[in-house]
Design a protein around this ligand. Structure first.
Ligand code: AMP
Ligand code: ZN
Ligand code: FE
Ligand code: FE
Length: 290
């Protein structure tokens, strides 16, 4: 029987809507044998998820997702770190910096919305995040709840996304620093959803990827909810060409992204072997960081 995993998921520790232990339970219910929790900029959910996974006999890989400076204009670069040591000081310091960057940005978004006549406060946004890392999906959910928009998509298109009326960027790490710090914390750095880099052609994509590999990138998300079949084939080829670990996952956010189910990446499932390969590289990374 083939076995499947999900290597990209979010909990209430960032902008998902299920608690870390509940994400693990849902993964188990979905028949998965392994899960990585990859919350934005935080390791706060990892201990709870690891304990839940242990009690259910599910393989668990601690992760984090970091936003870095995009190499291509209007694109997005998210770097996943797998197998990071949550107690590592480089990692905890990086997370603190990234949260500070959000704390600078989020009030700007709220102020811009207020200026546009939207009845919204920072306290309401923080309440929406329920103690998790406050991200734009929380603000989008709040706008939906208030009837300002009809969908999360509309919230991003009209207000929160690039080009939106209340768009503010946060300070990001250079790709070099994100990759180095993940490695320093014993983790394996992987480029998330490469389609979001928004390369305009294959040569540009390969150039960007090669630069990241030169900086220490060790893997590429081949499967993701945003990846069309042609993207998957392209990233498979690049993984082979640059000796990168293949990863994949749904990018589950609970009801903040209603059309995404745990274990499914645009209809495809992620083989367990891919998690095993990451675990092998994680062991090597941990040995390297000692
Ligand atoms: P933040 O980290 O606060 O900048 O927000 C990033 C989160 O917003 C990620 O989970 C993205 O997937 C999500 N996001 C970005 N753009 C969109 C969009 N157009 N529609 C829905 N979610 C989005
Ligand atoms: Zn998110
Ligand atoms: Fe992402
Ligand atoms: Fe994500």
């Amino acid at each position: 029987m083939p076995e499947f995993v999900d290597l990209h998921s979010h909990s209430t520790a960032s902008d998902g809507t299920f608690a870390p232990a509940d994400v693990v339970r849902l993964a188990h219910q979905a028949g998965l044998v392994g899960l990585a929790l990859t919350d934005h900029d935080t390791i706060a959910g990892l201990a709870e998820a690891a304990a839940a996974a242990e009690s259910l006999g599910l393989a668990f890989l601690p992760g984090i997702e970091i936003s870095a400076v995009p190499p291509i204009d209007n694109g997005t670069l998210h770097i996943l770190g797998y197998g990071i040591d949550p107690a590592n000081a480089v990692l905890t310091e990086m997370a603190r910096q990234l949260i500070d960057a959000r704390d600078n940005r989020n009030p700007q978004i709220i102020a811009a919305l207020q200026k546009l006549g939207v009845d919204i406060t920072m306290d309401e946004a923080l309440a929406q995040a329920q103690g998790g890392v406050l991200g734009r999906p929380h603000i989008a959910a709040l706008l939906l709840k208030k009837g300002v928009v009809k969908s999360i998509k509309q919230a991003f298109d009209d207000y929160l996304g690039q080009g939106g009326k209340a768009y503010y960027d946060k300070e990001r790490l250079a790709p070099r620093d994100a990759i180095r710090r993940i490695r320093a914390a014993g983790g394996v750095p992987v480029v998330a959803h490469p389609v979001q880099l928004r390369a305009t052609n294959d040569a540009q994509l390969e150039r960007v990827l090669k630069d990241l590999v030169d900086l220490g990138l060790e893997g590429i998300a081949v499967l993701h909810s945003d990846h069309a079949p042609a993207d998957v084939e392209k990233f498979e080829r690049l993984a082979a060409r640059y000796n990168l670990a293949r990863t994949g996952g749904s990018d589950f956010h609970g009801t903040n992204k209603k059309d995404i189910s745990l274990g499914l990446a645009n209809g495809r499932r992620v083989p367990r072997d891919w998690m095993d390969e990451l675990l092998r590289r994680t062991t090597a990374a941990a040995a390297r960081s000692c």
